[in-house]
Unconditional design. Structure first.
Length: 334
């Protein structure tokens, strides 16, 4: 079944699940609509005021689970940019799961079908995509029909060997793009126009292995060193180690940051999202046993990327194996 088509059985199933949870007091408001038409999105559930749960399923999109291996996810304004690896494209969704647009990653000359594994978006419509299959990072302008503008580190001293993750944001007074290179065990930093600025992380001990995801906050760059099972926080200006989260994980990938200091880390092997305080201590977990409403779709199969939406206190997580984005209501753990 293609996108934009409504599957009646999925609608009735979702309505029934919502009714069951409403009648059994699971802590949710009744789900009034679960439309699988991607042009309209879905109606999110909310945690009831009287509920004591800290985590609850808000929604899942698309209902039919037809995203082609969704991995990296980035938030810019009210739009979510999702890297669909097997489709070779970036899909853009509104916060309610409505499909806004899609952009194919261009095939390079003498290259192969792109495999976008991560994406970073800026509010002005520029996106930066890790194309694992062609070992490159492409800068695209979604305001110009997704035309490829630049290829980062295409040649010279800043050449990328094996880019694995990308994040973009303001550092100091300017916007910078951070690209993890697992072959060099470093992070290359560029201006959005592709100008190489610096390389950081070479002095870390032990050295970086495979950085599967990054997140940027004022004065701090978070690195999910996936193969080493750790999450590091470094200074984005020079790579100086600030701290390491005190819990070792099996395969940390996507990282999301909340303004109150909480850190959300996807552990793909454990099928959970670990929640840490600002000082690095684990304070909560999002998984089958901790999520209210998980019978209706909250259980994770392969969490890969995550973003936090502060206005709604919601966490959006790409589930690669299931082909969906799962959305969670998250209260601050007491």
């Amino acid at each position: 079944m293609g996108r934009g088509q409504v599957r009646a059985s999925a609608v009735w199933k979702a309505l029934l699940i919502g009714l069951v949870f409403g009648l059994t007091g699971a802590g949710y408001l009744l789900l009034t609509s679960m439309d699988s038409d991607l042009s309209t999105g879905i109606t999110m559930m909310s945690l009831a005021t009287e509920s004591t749960a800290t985590v609850g399923l808000a929604g899942v999109f698309p209902v039919d689970g037809d995203l082609a291996s969704p991995q990296g996810i980035s938030l810019a304004g009210e739009r979510l940019y999702v890297a669909e690896s097997d489709a070779g494209s970036i899909s853009v969704f509104m916060l309610d799961g409505a499909l806004d647009s899609e952009y194919s990653v261009p095939v390079p000359e003498d290259g192969v079908q792109p495999y976008p594994s991560d994406v970073a978006a800026l509010p002005d419509g520029r996106i930066f995509v890790v194309d694992t299959a062609n070992e490159r990072v492409v800068g695209m302008d979604t305001e110009s029909a997704g035309e490829a503008e630049i290829v980062f580190g295409a040649s010279g001293g800043d050449a990328l060997g094996q880019p694995t993750a990308v994040v973009a944001g303001v550092v100091g007074d300017s916007v910078e793009v951070f690209v993890a290179d697992s072959s060099a065990h470093t992070i290359n930093v560029y201006a959005p126009d592709g100008e190489f600025l610096r390389s950081i992380g070479a002095d870390l001990d032990p050295a970086l292995t495979f950085v599967g995801a990054m997140a940027l906050s004022p004065g701090e760059l978070y690195l999910a060193d996936s193969n080493a099972g750790r999450v590091l926080v470094v200074d984005p200006s020079d790579g100086t180690l600030i701290r390491v989260l005190d819990t070792r994980m099996r395969l940390p990938r996507g990282i999301a940051l909340a303004p109150d200091g909480r850190v959300f880390v996807c552990d793909s092997f454990e099928r959970t999202v670990e929640v840490f305080s600002v000082d690095g201590g684990r304070i909560d977990v999002i998984g089958a046993e901790s999520t209210v409403g998980y019978e209706s779709g909250g259980s994770l199969s392969a969490p890969r990327g995550a973003v936090w939406v502060d206005d709604d206190s919601r966490l959006y997580v790409t589930d690669t194996a299931a082909g969906v984005v799962r959305v969670y209501n998250v209260r601050e753990a007491q």
